[in-house]
Design a protein around this ligand. Structure first.
Ligand SMILES: [Cu+2]
Length: 48
């Protein structure tokens, strides 16, 4: 499966193996606005 979004229900989790196809600094975040405001986001860097 190729995706950049994973849908989760409350109190659930998923383990994903990430295969990067581009370098750079990316945003890892929730799509719920209240959660983003509470800090549920971070950046990660993919190096060559
Ligand atoms: Cu969230």
């Amino acid at each position: 499966m190729r995706t950049d979004v994973v849908s989760l229900l409350p109190a659930s989790m998923m383990v994903a193996d990430m295969v990067f196809d581009d370098v750079g600094t990316w945003l890892f975040h929730c799509h719920v606005n209240d959660h983003i405001t509470a800090g549920m986001l971070t950046r990660y860097r993919v190096r060559p």
